[in-house]
Design a protein around this ligand. Structure first.
Ligand code: CA
Length: 224
């Protein structure tokens, strides 16, 4: 049974979440303030933390940052009340894995939770398979039809970044931060060049990519 920590200070919302997720078969626990959330999140093993942003004592952004600084890797899904909070989530190096904007539908939230749990499972899995390709995380190796394909370290990191979030749009900036590091000053064009190189190694037809899809004006999405 997957264990979910719900951090929500609005009693009626917390109750609805608790009911809904219990019915879905999760073990859940509710806490209502940021300090308790930071303590609970760090002291017990959760499969996922559902974290409201506006909280008494400590807001969700701080809780998130605290947990990541403490080395806690548990997937965090932020519940943001406003669109500008959502933008902040994307812009800051908070370490949150995803966010949902309030008011959310119960169905949307359940879908996001499932996706996140699946993704974190993929993180700890030894390999990820798509088409005839297999990415081996332990050996940092890509194989196609069983044969090793040579990747540069950057190509490997880029592919791993995509594979960890299948179906999700990643902006060039997100990819830069994750693959090149937020301290380096390279342009977003570099991402495009590396994607082109990577496609030659993983796509059946690099001119008509089916795995790394370009979304004009948004970024890239891995459909593997
Ligand atoms: Ca709140």
């Amino acid at each position: 049974m997957k264990r979910i920590l719900i951090v929500e200070d609005e009693a009626s919302l917390a109750l609805a979440l608790e009911d809904d997720l219990r019915r879905e078969g999760y073990a859940v626990r509710v806490v209502a303030d940021g300090e308790t959330a930071a303590r609970e999140g760090a002291s017990e093993r959760w499969d996922l933390i559902l974290l409201d942003v506006m909280l008494p004592r400590k807001d969700g952004f701080e809780v998130c940052r605290d947990l990541r600084r403490a080395g806690i890797q548990t997937p965090i899904l932020l519940l943001t009340a406003k669109a500008h909070e959502a933008e902040k989530v994307m812009g800051l190096e908070l370490g949150a894995d995803d966010y949902v904007t309030k008011p959310y539908s119960a169905r949307e939230l359940r879908a996001r939770i499932k996706a996140l749990l699946r993704r974190s499972g993929a993180d700890t899995a030894a390999t990820y398979t798509f088409g005839d390709a297999e990415l081996d995380f332990a050996r940092c190796e890509l194989r196609r039809a069983g044969q090793p394909v040579e990747l540069t370290p950057l190509e490997y990191k880029l592919l791993a970044a995509f594979v960890r979030r299948p179906g999700r749009v990643l902006t060039r900036q997100q990819l830069l931060d994750e693959v090149w590091g937020s301290e380096t000053f390279v342009t977003e064009r570099v991402v495009d060049n590396q994607v082109t190189n990577l496609r030659k190694k993983i796509e059946p037809d690099p001119d008509r990519p089916r795995y790394i899809v370009n979304l004009r004006g948004l970024g890239y999405r891995f459909d593997g």
